[in-house]
Structures are given as structure tokens and as C-alpha cells.
Design a protein around this ligand. Structure first.
Ligand code: SF4
Length: 174
């Protein structure tokens, strides 16, 4: 298991963002979360050791867990990330997004019906954005789909959106 944060920072875009732990943590450290910047780990998946092996081990890679992979400010950087993801077929890249309505603008030219090694988790928090986001998500060309209800703000019914969903994770607001 590895973490990969090619950029840092995020902007609030959804009801659940009011409880964003990234903003809370950055506020304590006097860091401006709204500033989206590349990190020193941008090329982490393809960095190599002297012996030619990849530094990052095979397996699951948690991508953009301190930002959003589909954020607008990263549009010019994302294609490089897709190339690295394609190169690392020995890894499975998993990202959560609150911006699933941007998905089709963010995929590479050769995406077709999805990369085998990418898992996309659509994040919802209440019935209003579950209905909006999951009705988009269900029709998207993605090989591996999950739903994260996080932070869950109210009782929701998502049964009609569960076809082809591999996993649902819920986390009540704390
Ligand atoms: S999308 Fe996620 S990381 Fe970005 S502000 Fe909202 S809760 Fe925070």
C-alpha cells in the first residue's frame, strides 16, 4: 500500500466539504489550502532505485487523499499522472472525488471504457448530492466503481444506484 499526492490543496465544492479535515489541519499549520500546488512526489510512481526497480512497491496506491484528483486547478498536470498510472500496471490506483461531474473532462484519450488498474470512488454526503452525483456516476465508463458516503450528513437511500458498484463505505460525520 502506498500514498501518492501529486499535488496538495483543495477548494470546497460540496456540502461535506464544510467538515473537511484537510482544511482544518492546514488552518492549524497556517497553510492556505486553497492554493493548489504540485508536490515533490509528483513523479513518485515512476521514480527508480539505482538498480532500476521502481521505488514505489506494487499494490494499491491511494491517490490524492489530501486533495481531489479531478480538481480544476490540476487539469494541466493530470495527463502526466495518467501516463504514470498506465505505466504502473502492477499497481491499482484508487481515488475519491467530490467532483464526479468533471470526470469526462479529465480522462485521457485512450481511456475507452476505463483503465483496469483504476478504482474511482464517488463521494456523496446527503440525498441531494447522492441523486445528482450518482445519476452521473452510474453511466460513466469506469471499470471499478465504489461509493463513499463521507461524511454522511443524513439518512440516504442509494439503492437504485448500486448496479456495478464494488464497495460502499460510510462514515458518519464526526
Ligand atoms: S473535496 Fe475533499 S479535500 Fe477538497 S475541500 Fe472537499 S472535503 Fe476537502
Amino acid at each position: 500500500m502506498a500514498m501518492w499526492n501529486p499535488w496538495r490543496g483543495c477548494k470546497k465544492c460540496s456540502d461535506g466539504c464544510l467538515h473537511c479535515y484537510i482544511h482544518k489541519g492546514d488552518f492549524k499549520r497556517n497553510v492556505d489550502t486553497n492554493e493548489i500546488v504540485k508536490t515533490k512526489d509528483f513523479e513518485k510512481p515512476i521514480e527508480k532505485l539505482k538498480n532500476g526497480n521502481y521505488k514505489m512497491k506494487s499494490g494499491i496506491v491511494y491517490l490524492c487523499f489530501s486533495t481531489d484528483f479531478l480538481i480544476e486547478e490540476a487539469d494541466e498536470w493530470r495527463n502526466e499522472c495518467w501516463k504514470m498510472i498506465k505505466e504502473r500496471q502492477d499497481c491499482t490506483f484508487l481515488f475519491l472525488t467530490k467532483r464526479i461531474d468533471r470526470f469526462m473532462k479529465c480522462i485521457p484519450d485512450d481511456w475507452k471504457d476505463g483503465y483496469d488498474n483504476v478504482v474511482v470512488c464517488c463521494t456523496i454526503e446527503n440525498q441531494k448530492n447522492a441523486d445528482y452525483k450518482l445519476s452521473i456516476f452510474k453511466d460513466l465508463p469506469i471499470k471499478h466503481k465504489c461509493i463513499t458516503a463521507q461524511p454522511l450528513l443524513e439518512k440516504i437511500d442509494i439503492e437504485k444506484y448500486l448496479d456495478n458498484i464494488e464497495l460502499v463505505v460510510c462514515r458518519w460525520r464526526i
